[in-house]
Design a protein around this ligand. Structure first.
Ligand SMILES: NC(=O)c1ccc[n+]([C@@H]2O[C@H](COP(=O)([O-])OP(=O)(O)OC[C@H]3O[C@@H](n4cnc5c(N)ncnc54)[C@H](O)[C@@H]3O)[C@@H](O)[C@H]2O)c1
Ligand SMILES: [Zn+2]
Ligand SMILES: [Zn+2]
Length: 353
């Protein structure tokens, strides 16, 4: 089969690799019908996630068709159509029992495209398949469901829920990539008074308005802290969500929160970021960090099904899988071309827009 293989910082190739095989009786092999690229894949390619070793097939998001099942798989049979979540869950360890699937200690958590081969491939081995996949509801579109593999649960759980967004809150989101936009659109579910998007790219800020931000700030030309102070009577944001993953944006998010405010870090960081405790110690702030659990996937699936979340509008570009390298170039240059999510379809699977 062919797959997108990481060959060390800055190096990737769509190339021929051996087919995946069932190695544990809880595994399934899924034929990938649609997959996509995450900002985290860009972090991996930048060398920010050193535990990803050269030779690894990238990708942790997919919609596909079950091709083969291990002897201990009870819920799935070949031909079933499933969402492959970015988080795998053994379902029985202490963390899984608490719904903290991201922290699974039995070989689950974020493993796909990280510690084991991932979904940017024609086929993928999914461990703990019974508890790591979701059936695709009748009539749902692959592309919409694909957005539930990572970005929507991440923005919702690690941004909005961890940040404790409540009605009337002023919510500032630093970074309006697909994950920041997910946080913006999910924050809207809680009736905030303002959602402020901050990004360096005007194309992304335009998208932020469409996803529910009522104030946008380009922090290459405007001072986000003073715009938000003016908007909030000098107080600052109730909740600041960091969705970039750089030291500068973490420090900005901390600065944007009001005294007593909450800062929810979503970004994957490859460098140490400074917490200015000498400025912050008396401000009663709460900082949360987290890896997505994807425990909210069933909830989000319902919201997509009932039209309360528009998942389809994340998809801006579509490619056949053989154009994977081009798709990376486009996603990597999103600031100029307006790309949000690029979807790679199996040749026969191209969907209507
Ligand atoms: N915690 C988790 O479980 C989890 C899950 C998925 C993704 N992530 C992380 O979330 C982050 C966002 O993912 P994405 O797919 O949206 O990435 P992305 O690269 O598409 O988007 C990042 C955005 O940040 C903007 N940006 C860069 N520097 C900025 C600055 N100084 N000020 C304001 N904006 C700036 C970019 O213009 C871009 O729009 C990444 O760090 C990703 O690794 C975390
Ligand atoms: Zn991701
Ligand atoms: Zn577990």
């Amino acid at each position: 089969m062919r797959a997108l293989v990481y060959h060390g910082p800055g190096q990737r190739a769509w190339e021929e690799v051996p087919d995946p095989e069932i190695t544990d009786e809880g595994d399934v092999i899924v034929r990938v019908d649609a997959t996509t690229i995450c900002g985290t894949d860009l972090h991996i390619l930048a060398g920010d996630v050193p535990e990803v070793r050269p030779g690894r097939i990238l990708g942790h998001e997919a919609v596909g068709t079950v091709d083969e099942v291990g002897d201990n798989v009870h819920r799935l049979t070949p031909g079933d159509r499933v969402l492959v979540s970015c988080i795998s869950a053994c379902g029985t360890c202490q963390f899984c029992r608490e719904g903290r699937y991201g922290q699974c200690v039995e070989g689950g958590g974020w493993v796909l495209g990280h510690r084991i081969d991932g979904t940017q491939a024609e086929y993928v081995r999914v461990p703990y398949a019974d508890t790591s996949t979701y059936r695709i509801p009748e009539g749902a579109k692959d592309e919409e469901i694909l957005m539930l593999a990572d970005i929507l649960p991440t923005g919702y759980e690690v941004g909005v829920l961890a940040g404790g967004v409540r009605p009337g809150d002023v919510v500032a989101v630093v970074g309006a990539g697909p994950v920041g936009l997910s946080a913006i659109t999910c924050a809207r579910l809680f009736s905030p008074s303002h959602v402020i998007a901050i990004d360096l790219s005007d194309a992304r800020l335009k998208a932020a308005r469409e996803f529910g931000a009522d104030v946008t700030i380009n922090d290459s030309t405007e001072d986000a802290a003073s715009v938000i102070k003016d908007l909030t009577g000098r107080l600052g944001a109730d909740v600041a969500i960091e969705a970039v993953g750089t030291p500068a944006t973490f420090e900005l998010a901390v600065k944007l929160a009001r005294p007593g405010g909450r800062i929810a870090n979503i970004g994957v960081h490859g460098q140490p970021a400074l917490l200015h405790l000498e400025e912050q110690w008396a401000r009663d702030i709460t900082i949360t960090t987290g890896l997505v659990d994807a425990s909210a996937t069933p909830t989000l699936m319902r919201l997509v099904q009932t039209g309360q979340l528009d998942a389809g509008r994340f998809v801006t570009h579509r490619f056949p899988m053989d154009d994977f390298e081009l798709a990376y170039d486009v996603f990597g240059d999103a600031a100029t071309n307006g790309a949000l999510k690029v979807v790679l379809h199996r040749e026969e699977e191209k969907e209507e827009a």
